[in-house]
Design a protein around this ligand. Sequence first.
Ligand code: NDP
Length: 323
Amino acid sequence: MYAVQAQRAGGPEVLEYVEVDDPTPGEGEVLVDVKATGINFIDTYRRSGVYPMQFPHIPGTEGAGVVSQVGEGVTSVQVGDRVAWHDAFGSYAQKVAVKADMLVPVPEDIDFDTAAAILLQGLTAHYLVTGSHRIEPGQTALVHAAAGGVGLLLTQLITHMGGTVIGTVSTEEKAQLAREAGAQHVFLYGEGVDIAQTVRDLTDGEGVHVVYDGVGKDTFDASLDSLRVRGSLVVFGGASGQVPPFDVQRLNSAGGVFLSRPSLQWFVRTPEELRERSEDLFTGLKEGWLKFRVGATFPLEEAADAHRALEGRKTTGKVVLKA
Ligand code: NDP
């Protein structure tokens, strides 16, 4: 088969399209013919050496395709099944071996590009609003980077659950995207903007029930100050850098608030949980209240160009590779 390999740690140029042996599915695994691969920022950290990896390696963990072979002991899927996954290394390839437990069935009416693209960010948005802090009707949430991949999905899910979204973004163009996703109030959080005061002005001085913060270092203090008494701060990423260590007493002075720092792995602990969350997302797409747009598609052999576009902030929405 053909695959993209990161030959060594470095820039996008280290990604080469090469012929390699087909993977062999081990016990509990299946071989999948990959139709589409989702690109995530973490792939670039692994390629560049920010996250330690062995080289050469085939990047990517997310995709969708058709099962072509099942390994020993697999009973949950069959050859010919349409499937998607978010956690199988080596997904920038024509074929990949995936643990059968990590597969979700893809309904006929969901195309492979969408299935490959929505899973990781969609599952993240899903656990954030159901597991980290469950949105109740009437609650108000502050969503940072509301026009980002996770941000747009979060905004739609919160709105669908009866919550109100206050979104922050960096540009007017992104503000428009966040509003289209359902955010009731959107403001630009650039230099000199008092985020917490703006949030208090929008909430009769009370603050929000929950802040979903994937920006991290730059927004953490303002997020804490934007909460109402007994509110929740969910820090799920550090797009601006990781939050430095801090004094837990601040949770008390902020109003007895709750802080969590979750990641997806803790919210898809069983195949059942993974499938339930995925089904909710696919149902949302089918019913039309959840919209998801693939921002750009590149042929698999042009993975280096896809990384260049992503790192150059030239893309909006999700980037997908087509095998
Ligand atoms: P996004 O599409 O949201 O991109 C990140 C956004 O963060 C940018 O578009 C930008 O929006 C904003 N941002 C603010 N400051 C910076 C900065 N200094 N550099 C870059 N971006 C900045 O990415 P994703 O939706 O893929 O991911 C969002 C966050 O969620 C990331 O931190 C990611 O690591 C995290 N994540 C966490 C998971 C988990 O389970 N914990 C799983 C998946 C993702 P703007 O221009 O509007 O400021």
